[in-house]
Design a protein around this ligand. Sequence first.
Ligand SMILES: *Cc1c(COP(=O)(O)O)cnc(C)c1O
Length: 442
Amino acid sequence: MSTRTPLIQRSQELFERAQTVIPGGVNSPVRAFKAVGGTPRFIARAEGARLWDADGNELIDYLGSWGPMILGHKHPKVQAALRAALEEGTSYGAPTEREVRLAELVLQAYPSCDMVRFVSSGTEATMSALRLARGYTGRDRIVKFRGNYHGHADGLLVQAGSGLLTAGGGSARSAPSSAGVPQAFAELTLVADYNDPESLEALFASQGPEIAAVIFEPVVGNAGVLIPTPEFLEALQGLTRAHGALLIADEVMTGFRLAPGGAVERLGLEPDLVCWGKIIGGGLPVGAYGGKREIMEQVAPSGPVYQAGTLSGNPIAMAAGIATLEALAEHPPYAQLEAYGQALQTGLEEIARSAGVPATLNRAGSMITLFFREGPVQTYAEAVGSDTEAFKRFFHGLLEQGIYWPPSQFEAAFFSAAHGEAELKATLEAAEAALRNLAAGR
Ligand SMILES: *Cc1c(COP(=O)(O)O)cnc(C)c1O
């Protein structure tokens, strides 16, 4: 099958202009296509499961704005709520009814949480949850997992150095993974390996009394999709309880995507704090953190842990979040998303097998990654062992045929309630052509 290279002249012009005034031409790094090369598409508009770029090319969307757009773009209910809110004003710096309503909707879905505080991004949510965990426990160290992403707060931009565990029993040498993060901050962040209960046990054995919290992605999306093993989850829950550390589920990506109660509901976990973002803002900037009343009441102004925001609980953003969560409750799309995911998974696995391309597909509901390597892929080390050259060719093969897959092997693809038969068929046809070309070395 031959494909015609689409015209992207306008995107090229915009990208050149952008690079003179914005670092790398983008306001968030993955958008720049660095991992796959080529020119990022500038998007002009969207509807349902589709995007249109600045040159008018139509694309089937597997980014979903990196997670928020579970209902698809321009959902009528969300659009109507935004218009209504806009008529009333845009920001007051005083409380509004919509904040109370969205708080109630979030808490209804998460019975383990009594209170929630809204912020404006996932980054702020995790950063604030960690401050709260430290304030509540009076301890300074936190544990994260290699390859998990929790936004870009200083203490979370850390991955372990080459010697993760010392022979002496489990102290982690932590090194910042960004310039500008002081080593002194990084040293408070201990790094364990996802799906490796022993690495977590070792950290608690050596530094248990100093650990305020363990933060984790209950299903990983930010190394590509990784599914937690039951033994790993058991260790997480058990070790944090035994050592008096808080368990912080970062559901910024998975909350309301995998189930109404997020991944923790699906996995039967009882976290002490939960972080949200993405879907709860319905495409506008919203994050949140919540948990048991006793812990949340430590937050200012009821408690001593300071946290604030000029645009926190913004009425326009709250309106989009409320409409999204109400639409999800009225017409839960989860069975439909599971059916689409199953069909996409079976199709892609079959195509890769018959093309003779080594590949492993990991999926949780409407989050999916096709790793270019033999499986299983359960750990960060296994994920990074994928053939990123093969991924690049797969990505561009899809994009040329109008399928916008995330531009990195290590990101989840998302689909929405607006993806249907037509999108599935077009995606599988494009994937077949892309993988056959890949196998033929074209
Ligand atoms: C996206 C994401 C974040 C960061 O959210 P931002 O709104 O981009 O700051 C944090 N944690 C997880 C798991 C995410 O997927």
